[in-house]
Design a protein around this ligand. Structure first.
Ligand SMILES: Cc1cc2nc3c(=O)[nH]c(=O)nc-3n(C[C@H](O)[C@H](O)[C@H](O)COP(=O)(O)OP(=O)(O)OC[C@H]3O[C@@H](n4cnc5c(N)ncnc54)[C@H](O)[C@@H]3O)c2cc1C
Length: 283
């Protein structure tokens, strides 16, 4: 039987036909491909690669972005996608938030035309994974004091520093990295094979276990001049991305609550059945 979510406020009646279609597609994927596998994925601490492929094929990565082969869906559809994904697992929703809001969005909003054409189609299809490097070992809530810096070496930039707790870092083909250039925070696109860049995985988290979390290390990391995001300076860059992600995360929390409710209901019903059967046995 198709999954029926509890909907006290009849939110679903406010959705357009397209948003309902997207909801059903992602809901079916979660029921068929995520819920049966999530226990193993958490136990093994892996993000199953087939989920990346499926999200790309469903056309839900970077959901509200328009052009460059991006889905161009409504923001409501983006929220519904996050809600449905997080009903399956928070790490799965995290994957979609980071890809869409933290990696694709800054390229889409602040990138050059060439950057948009090079990266966005591959990221929308799921072929390339992006990550977002803001947090540092000593600066999480206070990113304005970040230490990571970029130096203009004439024909290239040199990045030095480290980022921590970076979702998808080890499995990403590119990182949107925030670093200080002459004391001003700027965004840079670092590709996986750039010299001086590494992204070791941080193992052993106690939650979000089906999500890959990494360090990003830059040791005289040399990147071409055309990898700076030309359209933004200062904290507005990373904070715009975080605001965009938070919108989806708030929808995701509803999906997580639904999953908790479903699980409690299933348990309660199984106990009722058990009690009735034992009472019958006594009789
Ligand atoms: C699973 C996971 C995935 C993540 N993914 C990413 C990612 O993809 N990219 C990225 O850049 N970052 C990522 N992060 C980092 C995350 O954004 C930071 O953990 C967060 O910003 C908090 O920083 P912190 O861990 O250094 O904590 P701290 O800043 O050290 O804060 C610790 C505690 O102190 C409190 N606190 C801090 N400053 C103050 C203050 N001035 N006044 C009162 N209380 C204060 C905080 O509220 C918190 O409770 C991830 C983290 C986790 C756990």
């Amino acid at each position: 039987m198709p999954y029926e979510a509890l909907d006290f406020y009849d939110v679903d009646s406010l959705l357009t036909d397209e948003e309902r279609m997207v909801r059903d597609m992602v809901r079916d994927f979660v029921d068929e491909e995520v819920i049966p596998k999530i226990e193993h994925a958490c136990r093994d601490g892996v993000f199953p690669d087939e989920w990346r492929v499926a999200l790309g094929e469903m056309g839900v990565l970077g959901a509200p972005l328009k052009g460059y082969d991006c889905p161009g869906l409504s923001y409501t559809a983006y929220g519904v996608i996050c809600r449905e994904l997080e009903r399956g697992d928070s790490g799965l929703r995290s994957f979609a938030s980071v890809q869409g809001s933290l990696a694709m969005y800054p390229i889409w909003d602040f990138g050059s035309e060439e950057q948009k054409q090079r990266y966005l189609p591959k990221m929308a299809s799921g072929e390339w994974i992006g990550c977002f490097g803001l947090t540092e070992p000593d600066y999480g809530s206070n990113p304005g004091d970040m230490i990571t810096k970029a130096e203009d070496m004439g024909d290239h930039y040199l990045l030095n520093g480290a980022k921590m707790w970076i979702t998808n870092g080890t499995i990403a083909q590119l990182a949107v990295v925030w670093a200080k250039l002459d004391g001003v925070i700027r965004g840079f696109i670092v590709e996986k094979d750039d010299p001086g860049f590494s992204a070791p995985e941080m193992k052993g988290k106690h939650s979000l276990k089906a999500s890959v979390t990494s360090e990003l290390v830059f040791q005289d990391c040399k990147i071409p001049k055309d990898r700076i995001l030309p359209g933004v300076k200062g904290l507005r860059g990373p904070f715009s991305c975080l605001n965009n992600a938070r919108y989806g995360i708030s929808w995701g929390a509803v999906g997580a609550a639904q999953a908790c409710f479903d699980s409690a209901k299933e348990y309660a019903l199984s106990r009722i059945q058990f009690t009735t059967q034992s009472q019958l046995a006594v009789l």
